[in-house]
Design a protein around this ligand. Sequence first.
Ligand code: FPP
Ligand code: MG
Length: 301
Amino acid sequence: MNTLQENIHGQLLNYLDPVVKEVLQVGKYILSSSGKYVRPSLLIYTANMFDVDIEKVVPLAVGLEYIHVASLLHDDVVDNAQMRRGKPSAHTIFGNQVCILTGDYMYAKALNLYSTYGNMESINVLSQAVMQMSQAQVLELKSLGDILPEETYYQIIDGKTGALIGAAMAIGAILGGRKDYMDFYKIGILAGRAFQMVDDALDYVGNEEKLGKPVGNDIKEGKCTYPLISVIDKLDKEMVKKSLLTGDVGDLIQTVINLGGVSNTFSKAKGYIEEVKSFLKEFKNSEDVVSLIELFINRDK
Ligand code: FPP
Ligand code: MG
């Protein structure tokens, strides 16, 4: 962890502050396995581009991470996922009900921090992001087992991942007094799109130990992501459909890799990151944001 990440890590437990011990237990459990802190770091680096006082930024960065963590608690229940960040996922230990409700607590705590330290614009952006996230999750759920058109795939990933990354940049810009903060939201969504595409590529070729969760899960769960979409015309659609519906993947994963599905995904993601970098060119002090978003595509976990 770098100094910024250590600072965020320390503040996350500090602000959580529940009175019920089970909420604290789940909070501690999920927060102790340190994530990458992509969203709070991006918020802080974006605000730094406009010389915002760090004291003002930290509680909002913490709130943003709470939303992310709440969404993971809920997502692991929805997906019935067994592993998260290299450990058994929280619901396998504390049960679905306590995890859903702790997620609700963290979500409300985030809004509470925003109403104390933020302003109306930042609350507006944050709530819009969560509206997009939850709808995208429903869309993804309802699309399980289907071969998806590229547009539907983007609608899903822009919502489930892009929106919160867009919010990170927009809130940094709001703190910096930028009236054009929605441009930052839109460009952040593209960065988030690239981030999720790399996640989807790593589901094909990543290392389970590094990722802290099993690979090859997407097709088994019926999720049709970009590696598959990009080579779908070279495949027997009936066979693919059957794999998505039954979870019986056979050699489909290897076939998608051999046809170039994973490298197509990385190059598409790289293109989006280039777009984001060219947006950032006109701003001074954007080096930290640029290095962070470059990591979105140059990572193995
Ligand atoms: C992980 O996707 C899930 C998300 C990035 C978003 C989840 C969003 C919600 C549950 C709705 C918002 C809810 C709240 C409380 C703010 P994935 O399943 O593809 O990735 P994974 O492999 O890491 O689980
Ligand atoms: Mg999941």
